[in-house]
Design a protein around this ligand. Structure first.
Ligand code: ZN
Length: 457
């Protein structure tokens, strides 16, 4: 690796960068031709020699990738992500129940001074940071830095306040969540002195705002239109934009965007402002959620966070599973407490299952978090019950459930077919060493369970 130096560029921002990369950057700007990219089959982005016209923060990017266990393979499925831009009072009242109903994660673009600068119906004060953090852990939300105040900044000091200090402040306010993404706010005025929301890759190098963003965050969204790359190289999604579904007419067409992206082997990021959604808009968003959830159940779509979508890879089946489920119950209990909880192992039709008996108690497995702490996860399992059954699915801190605990109860209808269950959680970045995943049948009879997975999302 080349030695890093500090260089003073253009507007006076101090940015560490390698000499060679700086020359590539300058050459890219001078040539004004499309930059070269490595192909989808190459190693992950942190090792890529691609001459991106911006200097990314390699340490933050590597931690971002490691937390999710590498690229998120979707085995040929397209992927979507949903982003909510602040106005959390209405999010809490109207959107959070929908995200929970359909088990759909969301990335929330939050300002560090959000509760002070937004008040009333369009405000955020009913969702103070401790509650936001709790809700994020329990429901699988990701939080992105969306500046301090959502106002324009035209001086070095003001840009630092809005981009760097807001990051510090969010990290202090939400200590259990990694703040890895920047989501540029629409600020008007000078548009961060010409940065203009990250409308091109080179804007992340050419403008001080862009350099502060890349210095302080693993990745950023922006305003470059188009569908998202699903090559497993997150830098290819730097500056990528979203489809705004505030407008009911656009939300109703949501499935068309997903189908178009799918044909191109790409992904889609949808965004809404809770305060901009009227009754018709909410109905349209719910319809899109329901369609996405049904596509997911049918095995045709993955629903990820924005960070997860950045790292998605359509041509790979490999996706990190904290429950180590590659082999499932094929070779035994695989760390699950099946024997002591009096379940039996069963193989049929090429699958391997845990089967509930009359004396069965809760089925559980403990997982140390390690480097995966802070990542959003999809708890995915497949169950079948001839009689119908209700069951409770929990993820909680092994030592102290008071630190972190989330539960969801499912009703499984009597059927001869397996049906998938989904729940999203974000693993606490601090304070929790290991989580327990526990499945408790609360009523009903026979139940077959395929090995649950806790997948990077
Ligand atoms: Zn905003």
């Amino acid at each position: 690796m080349l030695g890093a130096v500090s260089g003073e560029l253009m507007h006076g921002g101090l940015i560490p960068f390698s000499r060679r990369r700086a020359m590539q950057v300058l050459a890219g700007q001078l040539a004004a031709t499309p930059v070269l990219l490595t192909g989808p089959g190459s190693a992950h982005a942190a090792e890529s020699p691609a001459p991106f016209p911006f200097v990314y923060n390699q340490t933050l990017l590597e931690a971002f990738i490691a937390r999710r266990g590498g690229a998120i393979g979707t085995a040929g499925r397209a992927a979507v992500a949903f982003r909510c831009d602040h106005h959390l009072n209405r999010f809490k009242a109207e959107l959070l129940p929908l995200h929970r109903k359909y088990a759909i994660p969301v990335t929330i673009a939050a300002m560090s001074q959000m509760t002070a600068v937004e008040k009333g119906p369009g405000g955020s004060e009913l969702m103070p940071f401790p509650l936001l953090q709790k809700s994020a852990l329990e429901n699988g939300f990701e939080i992105a830095n969306h500046s301090a105040t959502h106002r324009d900044a035209a001086s070095d000091l003001r840009l630092t306040e809005e981009i760097v200090e807001s990051h510090w402040s969010l990290a202090r306010s939400l200590p259990k969540l990694p703040i890895e993404l920047f989501v540029p706010p629409g600020v008007g005025g000078t548009n961060y002195r010409g940065f203009d929301g990250g409308a091109s890759w080179s804007s992340f190098q050419k403008h001080l705002a862009g350099r502060l963003i890349t210095q302080q965050h693993a990745l950023s969204t922006g305003y470059m239109p188009g569908y998202w790359s699903m090559t497993g190289q997150p830098l290819l999604n730097m500056g990528r934009s979203h489809i705004r579904i505030d407008d009911a007419a656009v939300a109703w067409r949501g499935k068309d965007f997903v189908k178009a992206a799918r044909r191109q082997h790409k992904g889609v990021c949808f965004m809404y402002h809770p305060s901009a959604l009227d009754a018709a808009g909410l109905a349209a968003v719910e319809n899109l959620f329901a369609w996405c959830a049904a596509e997911r159940d049918a095995g045709r779509l993955d629903i990820l966070t924005v960070g997860g979508l950045m790292l998605a890879r359509i041509d790979s089946p490999s996706r990190h599973d904290l429950l180590g489920g590659d082999e499932g119950f094929r070779n035994g209990w695989n760390g699950w407490n099946g024997s002591s909880a009096k379940w039996s192992l069963r193989a049929e039709q090429g699958g391997y299952y845990a089967r509930r008996g009359a004396a069965s108690t809760a089925l559980s497995k403990d997982c140390p978090l390690g480097a995966y702490a802070g990542s959003t996860r999809q708890l995915r399992m497949s169950v079948r019950s001839g009689t119908g059954v209700r069951l409770k699915l929990e993820v909680f801190d092994v030592e102290s459930p008071a630190r972190f605990s989330t539960a969801r109860t499912f009703t499984v209808r009597g059927s001869a077919a397996f049906s998938p269950l989904h729940q999203y959680v974000t693993l606490p970045m601090t304070g929790t060493q290991a989580v327990r995943v526990r499945l408790t049948p609360v009523s009903g009879g026979e139940l077959l369970v395929q090995a649950p997975q806790l997948l990077a999302a």
